[in-house]
Write a protein that binds this ligand. Sequence first.
Ligand SMILES: Cc1cc2nc3c(=O)[nH]c(=O)nc-3n(C[C@H](O)[C@H](O)[C@H](O)COP(=O)(O)O)c2cc1C
Length: 192
Amino acid sequence: MADRLTVAALCGSLRRGSWNRTLLAATAALAAPRLAITEVPIRDLPHFDEDLERDPWPPQVLALGEVVRRADGVMIVTPEYNAGIPGPLKNAIDWLSRATPAGGPPIAGKPIAILGASPGMLGTARAQAQLRLILQNLQLPVLPGPNVFVSNAAARFGADGSITDEATRTMVETMLDRFAAWIVQVGDKQAS
Ligand SMILES: Cc1cc2nc3c(=O)[nH]c(=O)nc-3n(C[C@H](O)[C@H](O)[C@H](O)COP(=O)(O)O)c2cc1C
């Protein structure tokens, strides 16, 4: 495994000014250069439909799959909508859980970290619990223990999008240390 680990990041929010995309960007900045975290857009994926799983496959699906397939790990940064994960994120996971002409399911075996930000008090706890259940069903190695929950999001970031709240920054940095070690551990286990 290379010294510099690559991480494909999915953001569950599509909106401009998203707190979750702000969290993703701030996390990527704190992670560099050890982890290269890059967002992979999910906005233009078609709704999952088994009838589309034939030639020619939707190019957005193949493009997303190839980025995820090449990555050492996956980071999912998601809002909570109605106590669950947003539809576009579930849609992306459904596509990534399917074999493509390039090989098996792109997300298979990928170490995953989960982050979420909300203006509310629960910091996406219910969405993250639901997401864990989905990923567990896919037998994916999700980073154990608490990952990153950001409540009261407006109070945690500066105007430049950096994390100004010290406890939040420590939570992200601790997760990044653990995630980097987790990616190596999972990779070693899969190679043995
Ligand atoms: C349809 C809808 C449902 C929502 N439900 C929840 C919820 O269950 N829990 C929560 O903390 N916030 C909820 N919110 C508020 C979101 O946390 C808030 O809009 C947040 O800013 C979305 O994330 P973003 O900033 O990354 O786009 C909901 C928002 C919408 C639009």
